[in-house]
Design a protein around this ligand. Structure first.
Ligand code: GCW
Length: 647
């Protein structure tokens, strides 16, 4: 490999289309994009085509982004009501490859389940002294900015847009939700940079969104206040937003992190988060924009001695009482779990609590807490479980259905690294995110197979099967050797990589495990704990409350139990900790072994990068195993029933 890895769109992935005669009917920028794609695939254009892509003369019921696909009489046809749908239909044909051409197909209609399918970058313009160019980025620098300036050459952004569109993503927020002094200016005097990025994304149907600082009227407008009910503040936002739309007519809207981890917000003025969000919603409404207002609001200056404050409760306590108060173009963006993208969390109860509010669900493709793109960790099984979860009873809506009102958002795992994502296999997470946002019911294993097929089109069956086996269950493997039974954290403070069991235990961040000589876990019950279980509707309020019914994998999230507590699996908590940590580290070693057999079947550059990462994963998994096991052995004094080496 020389240059930039093509990810899931190598030239070979276009071979089936490229060897067919293709006709494209329709007008508009996105249809021209399809024409350019067809030409670069090598397809001759033809009036008697093998593949006909057309905008319907009279729009039917496919919507802006849907398409219909069929094959009969030797012609594969894709029809859409609008150009974006035709583009998605084109990429669907690419995904199908030969299968799109080798037999008749009855008409299939495809429409995205979620209208907003968004990737958010935590990219900084100015290299942040603590967080670097990309906050929680594990794939090099930013695709957009380099050391304080917009990149002169944005061609790679166009390639990025193509990758995103091919898996169905239609919105990108370009900058970090922690909006520092330099980045605040993207809204005003540096708006041209956002417009330049928008111009690269637009041909692939992707709208640009911008993270803004709530205190912008003070920072940029010279006002004395950012009070959302102050008329001069409202006028400033309205005028500023109008200028944004003069420059970027299809601008998507704002993303806001307010009153969170040091960011300014409406609390300073005694106003609610609905007041703050609605002010921005009103400024955006005349232009058709939306504000994504984040629900990640909690006290990060907690006293660890204070057992009454529970970070898991915070989003619900702040936002559930505001249900019904948000304007229609204000979308409350909720992290999928109540804390912070841990390897295992229950689904956030906020998602069930706000039927009168448009909700977007946020997840983390960047692997901050799941191995930082040094460990193989295919996240689609976790996301799929969450999207299918029904917070009410079995007949209530799944999370994905609730998110239809606002969308699905992933924090990006991409940077300027030649492999896009650092670990080449981490590309699968971005791909799977797009596919799940389009079809949340899709099977994560089928998505993985699809990704393998596109990314390694020449792969012999042995390579495909090995990749599948390495990746499919890799989230569980990671879970086994890290913090046990849903208790979370136990990572090194600051960078969050590797084990540090007590690293956060006596800090202000609200992420504790309370291990002592007798037991471990956080009592979040109504009976004796923080009462967090009461934020869930039934049956979960009772299931999580009950020691007997609580699922094992979440036991320590909800309960503080003695080491001898017997899990539903039949094992004690302490023995489970030992067993999973030995198993997890062994599995990491097996993943590496299996790659060593097939690595030579891929490009040497890919092989070298994967090997380097697997070595680190094995080293790190052993470190996790030994620190966790030793810690709990020393605390509990309970020996391993299998007498393995603990230090
Ligand atoms: O997980 C935490 C991260 C912060 C991040 C924050 C958030 C952008 O450690 O780096 O800040 O979440 O989601 O706002």
């Amino acid at each position: 490999m020389t240059g930039i890895h093509p990810a899931w769109l190598p030239a070979e992935a276009f071979r089936a289309v490229g060897s067919r005669r293709v006709a494209v009917h329709g007008d508009g920028e996105l249809v021209d994009t399809i024409r350019a794609e067809v030409a670069s695939a090598g397809s001759p254009s033809s009036s008697s085509p093998d593949l006909a892509l057309s905008i319907a003369a009279t729009p039917g019921s496919l919507g802006d982004e849907g398409f219909a696909l069929a094959r009969s009489d030797g012609v594969t046809t894709v029809v859409a009501d609008a150009p974006a749908g035709l583009l998605y239909g084109f990429f669907h044909v690419v995904r199908l490859g030969e299968a799109a051409f080798n037999a008749d197909r009855p008409v299939e209609e495809h429409r995205p389940a979620l209208r907003r399918r968004m990737v958010e970058h935590w990219d900084n313009v100015h290299v942040n002294p603590v967080m670097g160019q990309v906050e929680r980025g594990y794939a090099g620098g930013s695709l957009f900015w380099e050391r304080g300036a917009l990149r002169a050459d944005l061609r790679r952004v166009r390639d990025y847009a193509r990758l995103l569109a091919s898996c169905g993503i239609n919105a990108v927020a370009v900058n970090n939700v922690n909006v520092h002094a330099t980045e605040a200016h993207l809204l005003t005097d540096r708006l041209g940079e956002v417009a330049a990025i928008a111009a690269e994304l637009r041909p692939y149907g992707i709208r640009v969104h911008l993270s803004v600082n709530f205190a912008s009227p003070i920072m940029l407008g010279g006002l004395a206040t950012a009070d959302p009910l102050d008329p001069s503040v409202r006028e400033w936002w309205a005028a500023t937003t109008s200028r944004v739309y003069e420059t970027i007519p299809d601008f998507g809207g704002y993303v806001v992190k307010a009153d969170s981890e040091g960011q300014p917000g409406p609390f300073a003025y005694g106003r609610s988060h609905a007041d703050g969000a609605n002010m921005l919603a009103d400024a955006l409404a005349p232009h058709g924009g939306v504000v994504h207002w984040r629900a990640f609001v909690y006290n990060h200056r907690q006293d660890w001695r204070d057992r009454s404050t529970d970070r898991a409760r915070a989003a619900y306590d702040h936002f559930a009482p505001l249900d019904g108060q948000f304007h229609d173009n204000a979308i409350l963006q909720v992290k999928h779990g109540p804390i912070d993208f841990q390897t295992r969390e229950p689904v956030s109860p906020v998602i069930a609590a706000m039927p009168g509010t448009r909700l977007a669900v946020e997840l983390q493709a960047t692997q901050e807490y799941t191995g930082q793109q040094r460990h193989v960790c295919y996240l689609a099984p976790m996301w799929s479980e969450m999207l299918r979860f029904r917070l009410h009873a079995d007949d209530g809506p799944a999370v994905a259905a609730i998110a239809e009102s606002g969308g699905l958002v992933a924090v990006s795992n991409v940077g300027d690294d030649p492999f896009w994502t650092g670990h080449p296999l981490a590309q699968a997470n971005l791909y799977a995110f797009g596919r799940l946002a389009w079809a949340p019911d899709a099977d994560p294993l089928a998505i993985l197979d699809e990704w393998i097929g596109l990314t390694f089109p020449a792969a012999p069956p042995q390579l495909r099967q090995t990749l599948r086996a390495m990746m499919d269950d890799s989230w569980h493997t990671y879970e086994k050797y890290t913090a046990p039974l849903g208790v979370g954290f136990m990572v090194r403070p600051g960078h969050h990589y590797g084990p540090d069991v007590d690293g956060y235990e006596y800090t202000s961040w609200g992420t504790y495990h309370f291990a002592d000589r007798d037991g471990v876990g956080v009592d979040r019950t109504r009976a004796t704990g923080t009462g967090f279980t009461g934020q869930y509707p039934q049956p979960w309020a009772d299931v999580y409350e009950s020691l007997d019914q609580c699922p094992d994998e979440l036991l320590l999230f909800f309960h503080h139990v003695p080491y001898g507590h017997v899990l539903r699996s039949g094992s004690t908590v302490i023995q489970h900790i030992y067993d999973t940590h030995f198993d997890g580290a062994d599995e990491a070693a097996r993943i590496r072994d299996s790659w060593s057999v097939v690595g030579h079947l891929v490009d040497p550059g890919v092989d070298a990068r994967v090997r380097e990462r697997l070595d680190e994963q094995v080293r790190s998994a052993e470190e996790w195993r030994d620190q966790i096991n030793t810690y709990f052995f020393r605390k509990s004094g309970v020996p391993d029933a299998k007498n393995r080496r603990i230090y």
